[in-house]
Design a protein around this ligand. Structure first.
Ligand SMILES: C[S@@+](CC[C@H](N)C(=O)[O-])C[C@H]1O[C@@H](n2cnc3c(N)ncnc32)[C@H](O)[C@@H]1O
Length: 235
């Protein structure tokens, strides 16, 4: 798969309001305090752990890892450009391992490795929180080909959820909902920049055609709910 670079590049996913609501949700799901050690796998620009660091001033700065080193990665955290499995083999210990919107990059076998190594990297009572797009009735605005690709990827995610359930066993589920209100113009820019993985393999002509479809299908302001399924595991 081509590399994803614009996921959190000035989109609602990097907005103050999204990060703040997401981190409130994280707080409810984990027992964060000054001593918490956090690892964010597939952290992108590290917006989430950076905001957590600002708020909690952890004794150990959170670590974010990603195979892509964006030039504007946040600086108040420890960032490492490294593949997740390779990093986890170092066997460092964490209280919270966050894997947000990243599992779909893994094959089934690699996902099992990721889960096994993550479990081994947890402190007693440590938590793994996995977030992924909800698979049923997903509201992300799409043009036809984009919807087709997204549905295919969500079908695969359902298989990955089964793998997670089988591997982690003691898990609980919740949903994180965020109400998006974005101008059509900004959303078109996000599509042009291939902000989501179901756009990565499309050629310029398909993107251009898709944008004209979005332009005629949606009003100037696009509103929808972005819902993530949260799978939580406690050691
Ligand atoms: C959709 S983005 C999510 C970014 C961030 N977690 C968020 O929710 O805003 C997925 C990220 O996972 C990274 N990624 C994909 N495969 C990876 C791997 N094997 N090891 C580390 N990072 C990976 C991608 O480069 C990308 O930045």
């Amino acid at each position: 798969m081509k590399k994803l670079k614009n996921w959190d590049n000035k989109t609602w996913l990097s907005s103050k309001s999204y990060i703040s609501q997401f981190n409130k949700f994280l707080k409810r799901k984990s027992n964060l305090n000054k001593n918490s050690k956090i690892l964010d796998i597939g952290c992108g620009r590290a917006n989430i752990i950076s905001a957590l660091q600002q708020k909690y001033k952890f004794r150990n700065k959170p670590t974010g890892i990603d195979i892509v080193a964006n030039k504007d990665v946040k600086r108040n955290i420890v960032f490492k450009k490294i593949e997740a499995l390779k990093y986890l083999k170092k066997q460092k210990k964490y209280d919270l391992i966050l894997i947000k919107q990243t599992i779909h990059f893994f094959t089934k076998t690699k996902l099992n490795h990721l889960l096994n190594l993550s479990k081994k990297s947890l402190n007693p009572k440590g938590k793994i929180l996995i977030f992924s797009l909800k698979t049923k009735n997903n509201k992300i605005p799409c043009f036809k080909k984009m919807r087709k690709n997204l549905e295919k990827s969500l079908k695969r995610d359902e298989v990955l959820f089964q793998i997670i359930k089988k591997n982690l066993k003691k898990i609980s589920y919740a949903n994180f909902n965020y109400k998006v209100n974005i101008s059509k113009q900004k959303y078109v820019r996000m599509i042009k920049e291939r902000y989501i993985s179901c756009l990565l393999n499309m050629n310029n002509k398909e993107i251009k055609f898709g944008i004209s479809e979005i332009k005629s299908k949606y009003k100037n302001q696009i509103k929808f709910t972005d819902t993530l399924k949260c799978i939580s595991y406690r050691k």
